[in-house]
Write a protein that binds this ligand. Structure first.
Ligand SMILES: Nc1ncnc2c1ncn2[C@@H]1O[C@H](COP(=O)(O)OP(=O)(O)OP(=O)(O)O)[C@@H](O)[C@H]1O
Ligand SMILES: [Mg+2]
Length: 283
């Protein structure tokens, strides 16, 4: 499968395309990374070097790929954090061009806005860009539970509330939704869940909650789930496989005492994860 992935690049560590590309390649996909920023490291360190690219830079790269015929067989467009309208418009243009070349292509948007722990962490411009203009154009979105609430003007906690919010956003565009970091009030202590909803149904998967937070895990989660759903159309299988791969990656990272994902060391986790978590149909 050929994937156009428009995300940031970091030299040190693994977020954005520097988290998403390798796992996708390791499971056999042809990935064309297009960068939105080229930074030394993720901004959580407080300082970094390197340029932000403009919407026109992104358009130039996409145009060059198109000139090679490289958009004709793109099956999936992935996007991550969008820093403003300039980049957002270029991503929407790329999606439109890809769909012109291949109407079967799917656009998977990770609507990065914040988290339950940190609240909304993006500028007002980005909030309306994502909520009002990007999400309605997406075929698949991968919000965490907080972002789902933000996009829909709801505050979902239980599985039932989360399904109601998912249906609100599905009525507005994206037919496929993966909700990450679902923390329902009645969960077993020390667990975390993900919920996948498509036209075919809704499924949850639960894993142990590891006692740490590392940047980039959401980027790997979105990439693996999107590619696997696009490839197989089987949301339950994609959910179980993604949960197992990401859990093993996080477990390895925790055991290594690392501040950055053990992305390369965990390469077998993407191909044949050693854990297997039960996927339960909830609708
Ligand atoms: N501490 C953890 N223990 C177990 N699994 C985790 C942990 N952190 C993340 N995950 C897994 O990774 C998935 C993606 O979560 P992650 O928090 O990285 O992305 P997110 O929910 O979008 O948040 P953010 O984008 O703010 O990092 C979760 O649904 C969960 O399956
Ligand atoms: Mg996220």
């Amino acid at each position: 499968m050929r994937i156009l992935s428009i995300q940031s690049s970091v030299s040190y560590g693994h977020v954005g395309n520097s988290a998403a590309v390798f796992p996708l390649q390791r499971i056999g996909h042809e990935v064309m990374p297009v960068y939105t920023v080229i930074f030394s490291n993720h901004t959580g360190y407080g300082d970094w070097g390197g340029p932000m690219l403009t919407g026109d830079n992104v358009r130039d790269v996409v145009r060059g790929i198109d000139a090679r015929g490289g958009l004709d067989d793109v099956d999936l467009v992935l996007s991550g954090y969008q820093g403003g309208n300039d980049i957002g418009d270029a991503i929407l243009d790329a999606v439109a061009l890809v769909k012109e070349r291949n109407p079967q292509a799917l656009y998977a948007c990770d609507p990065v806005l914040g988290s339950a722990a940190s609240g909304c962490s993006v500028a007002p411009e980005v909030q309306s860009l994502i909520r009002d203009r990007v999400v309605p154009k997406a075929d698949l979105i991968t919000p965490n539970q907080f972002e789902l609430g933000f996009i829909t003007g709801t505050d979902p906690h239980t599985i039932e509330e989360t399904l109601v919010s998912v249906d609100l956003v599905r009525a507005n565009g994206p037919k496929n939704v993966l909700v990450t970091s679902v923390l329902r009030p009645d969960r077993e202590e020390g667990t975390i869940e993900m919920l996948a909803v498509t036209e075919a149904g809704a499924w949850i998967v639960q894993t142990p909650l590891l006692p740490f937070k590392v940047n980039g895990s959401g980027d790997v989660t979105a990439a693996l789930f999107s590619a696997q759903l696009r490839e197989s159309g089987d949301a339950a299988a994609a959910l179980g496989r993604t949960a197992a791969s990401v859990y093993e990656l996080l477990e390895n990272t925790l055991n290594a005492g690392s501040r950055e994902l053990q992305l390369i060391e965990s390469q077998d986790a993407y191909v044949s994860p050693k854990h297997s978590f039960e996927v339960i149909q909830v609708r």
